[in-house]
Design a binder for this molecule. Structure first.
Ligand code: FPP
Length: 247
């Protein structure tokens, strides 16, 4: 029987927010209605994470591959992002959330790009919760852009150098990665950073992901013994285990 994890609450939680489309389709609504509900679920999740002392939340909002969806859904998601920025940033700022948008920005409109920059600047001094919104993001894109940066600078490609060049260098690796919607795959999310994350799959569709579902994921996490390649006997009870992050 594995010993339980000494640090019961994960510091960094990452989420693939899957199931918005099915949530809407089951109600005979357009898919974008599911994404709108998804924004509400994200707001509630941010509050719940803060209440539980989670320090970093990273969410997958739009993947590099999502451009292949119907044009109407893609433009709907772009509009939803712009609208959500206008609506949510003031309260996120007031609640101590530091926002980061992670992903390729070149393909986004000037309006959306400006909104992302403004939201990051407005919340930069906050420290209660770091919220990374992965938008036009892919794990493979991130590794490739980090490698390109190192080649351009002439720096030797080592694990630590790559780690520093990746787009989530400002936070430690995720302790717990949750995927909602019942699928058992990573879908190009945090390919590098999730190397030692505990993986939890929830059948809940993202709009239905509530505090109880988050608590279930945290309880799962607390039950795991994190060994990071060591043996069970090498783990000292009460000592948080972690991978070494580049200095
Ligand atoms: C995956 O569900 C979800 C997305 C591609 C979008 C996630 C976006 C949000 C939760 C809203 C927050 C986003 C912004 C813009 C701030 P799916 O559509 O693949 O669902 P399905 O598997 O049921 O079809």
């Amino acid at each position: 029987m594995a010993r339980t994890n000494s640090t019961a609450v994960p510091h960094h939680v990452a989420i693939v927010m899957d199931g918005n489309g099915r949530w809407a389709t089951r109600r005979f609504l357009p898919r974008i209605a599911g994404h709108q509900q998804g924004v509400g679920a994200l707001n509630r999740c941010v509050q719940a994470c803060m209440a539980r002392g989670i320090g970093v939340l990273t969410v997958f909002a739009f993947s590099s591959e999502n451009w292949n969806r119907p044009a109407e859904e893609v433009s709907g998601l772009m509009e939803l992002l712009a609208l959500s920025l206008a609506r949510e940033v003031p309260s996120l700022k007031a609640n101590g959330v530091q926002l980061h948008f992670v992903g390729e920005r070149q393909q986004l409109s000037d309006k959306v790009r400006a909104g992302l920059t403004q939201a990051e600047a407005a919340t930069a001094e906050n420290s209660r919760l770091v919220l990374n919104v992965c938008f036009n993001y892919g794990g493979r894109w991130d590794i490739a852009q980090a490698a390109r940066k190192l080649v351009a600078s002439g720096e030797e490609i080592t694990e630590m150098a790559l780690d520093r060049a990746l787009s989530l260098a400002h936070v430690p690796d995720p302790d717990l990665l949750i995927r909602t919607g019942g699928e058992l795959r990573i879908s190009n999310f945090l390919l590098w950073q999730a190397a030692y994350s505990e993986l939890h799959f929830s059948d809940k569709l993202w709009p239905d992901f509530d505090d109880a579902a988050l608590d279930e994921a945290i309880a799962f996490y607390a039950s795991r013994e994190r060994r990071f390649g060591k043996t069970s006997g090498q783990i000292t009870p009460g000592t948080p285990q972690t991978t070494v992050k580049a200095a």
